[in-house]
Design a protein around this ligand. Structure first.
Ligand code: HPA
Length: 284
């Protein structure tokens, strides 16, 4: 058997999804820790347990139920993935990004990715929403790029451009939607680290020095695979906790805190995502 996920396996997974919904999604959404309720905004969706989909990696993390929720969202046929898988769970990057390839096979051309992150920018506060302008893919730069291995021309070129990973027009639209709803979005650089241990104070100071505004354990692999195939990407990060660069003796970061703060930001996240989808034609 091949070391990497094959196009045949991706095709099998896509066929399974197609056979279990009559919707033809054009927009894909991947939801981060604690952000699952966004899927509730879909009216009478088709729901597929990812455990039933052939070759789909199982999500093992609390706050990440593995389901696809497919149906109309703010005027578009959408496919929402609740419960992504992460590299730290032990999967290869090809499995972590299999859902994006399945979305591509289904004809999705716009991807909205969300995550929970730790705030590195000293101006950020827990509960802030940050549009991702750019990312630093630390595992990718060190060799664990999801495009490592044979290039599938079907999905894109061997050496894909990454100068505009997060679509400028979609970001501008998201800012307008938020401003009209009466709140502001941050915009910054997301540092992707493998996890699962949270960062040490020295690692956090390092990330600040190299220009990161938030740090988290997801998203960059999926975005690289999406951009490889030319999808338009919008990335939104919920700042769940603040980096403890100079920790007090009792300072701790917990997954529970990440989930709870994520929940606080969900209503604003839903407003931004639905507003962007309703007005997608404004972004060209
Ligand atoms: N670090 C890494 N990932 C995270 C954090 C963090 O502080 N918060 C939520 N996801």
């Amino acid at each position: 058997m091949s070391e990497f996920v094959t196009t045949q396996q991706i095709g099998d997974a896509a066929d399974f999804v197609r056979a279990h919904t009559s919707h033809r999604p054009e927009v894909g959404l991947i939801l981060g820790s604690g952000l699952g309720p966004l899927a509730d905004a879909i009216d009478s969706p088709d729901v597929i347990a990812t455990a039933d989909i052939p070759h789909w990696p199982a999500s093992t993390v609390q706050g990440h139920t593995g389901r696809l929720v497919i149906g109309p969202l703010a005027g578009h046929a959408a496919l929402v993935l609740q419960g992504r898988t992460h590299f730290y769970e032990g999967y290869g990057m090809d499995h972590v990004t299999l859902p994006v390839r399945v979305m591509i096979e289904l004809g999705i051309r716009t991807l909205i990715v969300t995550n929970a992150s730790g705030g590195l920018n000293p101006n950020y506060r827990p509960g802030d929403l940050m549009l991702i302008r750019d990312h630093i893919n630390f595992p990718g730069m060190a060799g664990n790029n999801p495009l490592r291995g044979p290039n599938e021309e079907r999905y894109g070129p061997r050496f894909p451009d990454m100068t505009q990973p997060y679509d400028p027009a979609l970001r501008a639209l998201a800012h307008r939607v938020a401003a009209e709803a009466g709140f502001a979005l941050r915009e910054g650089v997301y540092a992707y680290v493998a996890g699962p241990s949270f960062e040490t104070p020295a690692e956090l100071r390092f990330l600040q020095m190299v220009g990161a505004d938030a740090v988290g354990m997801s998203t960059a692999p999926e975005v690289v695979v999406a951009r490889h195939a030319g999808l338009r990407v919008l990335g939104i990060s919920t700042v769940a906790n603040l980096a403890q660069t100079d920790p007090t003796p009792d300072a701790v970061v917990t997954h529970q805190e990440v989930l709870e703060t994520g929940a606080l930001a969900v209503p604003r996240l839903i407003q931004v995502v639905c507003g962007v989808l309703e007005r997608l034609s404004e972004a060209g």
